[in-house]
Design a protein around this ligand. Structure first.
Ligand code: CTP
Ligand code: MG
Length: 576
């Protein structure tokens, strides 16, 4: 499985280091499989065993474990100054704590995972409703609590514990960090490390999803709320939205042997599944808006092709999208997760391309005629299928490798593919990340978008079935174009930027330099910054003011960063 990446490193380092390299890569892959996170930073109490080497886990297994963890967790708003020790002493009275961490989002919070759900019941026993204005409160009790410290009522921050940020670092800070590296491969892996979801952020995502499930359970006690999309598919960037799906499929009468008498539930009849979905989401929208602490700005977008509720959960800072049913999206999440686990280069390239596209205004947080991150990810996967030898297999090939337990038909569409990565043989492609990034830009600089469609099921381009400027066939709904929203201006903009980027990477002049952004850092400079791209194309050196203003865009630099900036400013001074 790891052979292609091993070969790639062999190419760079020489045969002598093959064994060490292979071991490193395999341990890298093992560490990342099943969690997709950087090593845990969450505080762990002594007898935690999570440092044991991780085995491969399917997305379903990861979901089950994380959901169970989330049900044993609470979110606590820290109203007053408190020491970590006092905090732990107080909470430990209610049972063993497995993990906890502190963070900031419109206030200071702690996410705490107990060892047992009985601890949550014990916390609820102790919690009171604020006396001062209890008559003005909605009497809905949730696992979001508030901890007051009467001995220090006038302070507002946690004093002795660093609050962990839940957002990605500023782009200028990233550019400056990448510029200090020696190779483009290092820059690409460093970008993934900076942007990928952290262990804490993943925990918070599952916890918020579990809090939403508590709301939906008031009507449908047997339902579950599942995460899908980039929160769990391996390609999530800090700050990405929280895609959730209300799963009502588990609600069914028990199948018993029928005698002469049988008892059935009486249920209302409806004309279509879409109508039920709209009604359910509408009612849950009311509950989220009026009962769920911390939720604001609830929008019911019920006439969309896939009806949804959108709201902001302030205590976590997540923008949440809640859909219902939407089974095919869960399949595409599983597929993307599988591809992200096949070869480390898949995630790295997707992160690099998505970050480049965001910096260049190709993608946007607001919806419109832009290319979406999901479309871009499919474009990267398609590109990797076309390499010689291919880095990842086609979806049809994954279907051929499927076993009986992988069979899946959703709404008449065959969504079968193998779920166990270890059954997927890979060919030994040895291309470096730099080569692949350059190859991606080159590939799409000349792609025949006017005539051809992208199809990851076949891994080859197909004739388009309509005149959409960009046609990316939905992997599980072949009649749908994932990028139907994209207009000609946007696809032309994308092609132009690909041409410019491949040109810049192929110019040998883009050498490592501590005094100017180079390589990937250069590609992340926003195209809107007047003259920067133009100047760079002509091979000009950056002005001192330009570099300083770029570096100063980063707020609250660390000690190391301050020193680095001084060095950069000093060396710029000496060269201008
Ligand atoms: N999806 C889909 N078909 C689409 C759009 C989305 O199947 N036309 C599914 C994909 O599984 C996608 C998920 O819905 O991953 C969530 O969509 P979205 O939030 O737009 O994309 P993400 O992959 O989550 O990326 P981002 O980080 O931008 O949120
Ligand atoms: Mg998303």
């Amino acid at each position: 499985m790891a052979s292609s990446f091993a070969g790639c490193k062999l190419h760079m380092r020489g045969k002598g280091s093959l064994v060490t390299c292979q071991q490193k890569i395999e341990s890298y892959i093992r560490r990342n499989i099943g969690t997709n996170v950087v090593p845990a930073q969450a505080q762990t109490l002594p007898d935690d065993v999570s440092d044991k080497p991780a085995e491969y886990k399917s997305l379903l297994t990861v979901h089950a474990e994380r959901q169970e963890q989330a049900k044993r967790s609470v979110l606590i708003n820290l109203q007053h100054r408190i020491t970590e020790k006092t905090f732990l002493n107080y909470l430990s009275k209610h049972g063993k704590i497995n993990k906890y961490f502190f963070y900031e989002s419109y206030g200071s919070y702690a996410a705490v995972e107990f060892d047992s759900r009985t601890s949550i019941a014990s916390l609820f026993e102790e919690a009171v409703i604020s006396k001062t204005n209890s008559e003005l409160m909605v009497p809905f009790k949730s696992r979001m609590l508030s901890l007051n410290n009467l001995s220090a009522p006038n302070s507002s921050a946690l004093s002795d514990k660093k609050l962990q940020p839940q957002n990605s670092i500023h782009i200028n800070h990233l550019i400056s960090r990448l510029s200090a590296l020696k190779t483009i491969d290092q820059q690409i892996t460093s970008l993934t490390e900076a942007y990928q979801l952290t262990e804490e952020n993943i925990r918070l995502r599952f916890l918020v999803c579990s809090l939403v499930q508590d709301i939906t359970a008031t009507y449908f006690p047997e339902c579950t709320v599942q995460l899908f999309g980039s929160s769990v598919n391996g390609f999530g960037k800090l700050g990405c939205d929280l895609d959730m799906r209300l799963d009502l499929d588990g609600i069914s009468g028990k199948q018993k042997k029928r005698g002469n008498l049988s008892l059935e539930y009486v249920m209302k009849e409806v004309t279509s599944e879409r109508t039920v979905t709209q009604h359910i989401l509408s009612v849950i929208g009311e509950c989220v808006e009026h009962f769920m602490p911390g939720s604001v700005g609830v929008q019911k977008i019920l006439n969309a092709r896939c009806p949804l509720l959108r709201f902001m959960h302030q205590p976590s800072g997540f923008q949440c999208d809640l859909t219902a049913n939407n089974r095919v999206a869960v399949k595409s999440t599983e597929l993307l997760y599988l591809y992200s686990e096949l070869d480390p280069r898949v995630r790295h390239l997707v992160f690099a391309v998505r970050s480049w596209a965001r910096a260049q205004g190709i993608t946007s947080r607001v919806s419109g005629a832009w290319i979406t991150n999901f479309s871009l990810t499919l474009m990267v996967l398609f590109f990797l299928q076309t390499r010689n030898p291919p880095i990842i297999p086609t979806l049809d090939h994954l279907k051929d490798l499927a076993g009986p337990s992988d069979q899946s038909v959703i709404e008449g569409q065959d969504c079968t593919f193998v779920s166990d990565v270890t059954k997927i043989p890979l060919q030994s492609n040895t291309e470096t990340l730099e080569c692949l990034l350059c190859g991606f830009f080159d590939f799409y600089s000349t792609f025949a978008f006017q005539k051809m469609a992208i199809n990851i099921r076949k891994g080859t381009e197909q004739n388009k079935s309509d005149m959409s400027p960009l046609y990316i066939q939905n992997p599980f709904e072949p009649s749908l174009n994932v990028s139907k929203n994209v207009n000609t201006i946007q696809i032309n903009h994308f092609v132009r930027l690909c041409q410019e980027s491949v040109w810049m990477l192929q110019q040998g002049s883009d050498e490592p330099s501590a005094t100017k952004p180079w390589g990937l850092a250069n590609l992340l400079l926003p195209s809107g910054v007047g003259g920067i791209r133009k100047g760079r194309k002509q091979g000009q050196i950056f002005s001192k003011e330009m570099i300083l203003s770029l570096l100063e865009g980063v707020q609250a630099p660390s000690k190391d960063e301050t020193q680095r900036r001084k060095n950069v400013a000093h060396s710029v001074k000496n060269t201008t």
